[in-house]
Design a protein around this ligand. Structure first.
Ligand code: G
Ligand code: G
Ligand code: MN
Ligand code: NA
Length: 255
């Protein structure tokens, strides 16, 4: 793979960074800040911007996903700890792939990082992001319980697309559901998509899951989701992903 050498070098030389996208609860007179999702960014000297999906795909192929994820977890928790000392409240969401959950060291590493940065586990949400189907469901579930034992919350990401299916809702010990942006984007134009989203929100609430909608780009979409009872909104309408300091400014401005 042409990305092998650059990826190995980027891992060795700390060439990645993270951005943070706010998740909010819209109010009639502003927004309530609830948390942010950490998103990987890689700006390579030669290749330019490499999309995180691509970086993750190559890391999976090369068996480098444990290292990449370790970098993400440590960096995200370090930055979150500094931001929290500066006054940031709310949660931090971190993406994990199904392969991460088959790494038996994961929960121990998260535990170590939480202790190192003095972060209560219940401020962290792990988003299970599909890059492949979950293969070993028993091992995955036991790994998820390892994270839950640390107090962390779990979200099923990209719900409605690809592999993220109803059987996962039934079997995984999750707390939240993130509805994929491909459904959200069209709810103001397509009655079918609007009905699907409304039904998924109702289904989630019946199962005691809270719902995050992502990819919200305008007020009409946001208002429709709120009318449906959606708990949290993430999208460009409220904020693009931000550098750590800009996240703090965003939070302070919403207070
Ligand atoms: O900002 P956006 O283009 O960053 O993200 C694109 C995709 O990359 C999303 O599906 C997101 O889940 C994934 N992604 C972003 N950051 C990470 C990360 O740190 N780990 C994993 N596994 N996926 C990530
Ligand atoms: O991990 P996940 O698949 O949830 O990744 C979130 C992705 O969605 C990131 O790539 C983020 O940059 C992107 N994103 C978040 N909000 C919006 C939005 O309002 N519009 C678009 N086009 N992308 C968004
Ligand atoms: Mn995500
Ligand atoms: Na998603």
């Amino acid at each position: 793979a042409k990305l092998e050498k650059p990826l190995r070098e980027a891992l060795a030389n700390n060439r990645f960074h993270l951005v943070f996208q706010p998740q909010v609860q819209p109010l009639s007179n502003g927004v309530l800040y609830k948390g942010a999702e950490a998103l990987l960014r890689w700006q390579d000297e030669q290749l330019g911007y490499v999309h995180p999906d691509e970086a993750v795909r190559v890391a999976e192929q090369l068996g480098l996903m444990p290292q990449l994820t370790r970098w993400v977890i440590h960096t995200a928790l370090r930055e979150f700890s500094l931001l929290s000392q500066a006054g940031l409240k709310g949660s931090l969401s971190i993406n994990l792939t199904p392969s991460n959950l088959l790494d038996s060291r994961l929960a121990q590493e998260v535990d170590n990082a939480l202790s190192l940065w003095n972060i209560p586990g219940d401020r962290i949400i792990f988003e299970i992001t599909e890059s492949a189907a979950i293969e070993d469901l028993e091992a995955t579930i036991s790994s998820l319980y390892g994270l839950k034992k640390l107090g962390c919350k779990l979200a099923l990401d990209d719900f409605g697309t690809g592999y993220a299916s109803l059987s996962y809702l039934k079997r995984l010990p999750i707390d939240k559901l993130k509805i994929d942006q491909s459904f959200i984007r069209t709810i103001t134009q397509s009655d079918t998509d609007a009905h699907i989203v409304e039904s998924v929100i109702n289904l989630a609430h019946t199962l005691n899951l809270s719902v995050v909608a992502e990819g919200v780009e305008d007020q009409a979409t946001s208002e429709k989701l709120i009318a449906y009872g959606c708990n949290l909104i993430q999208g460009y309408y409220f904020s693009r992903p931000l550098a750590a300091n800009d996240l703090l400014q965003y939070y302070l401005a919403t207070k």
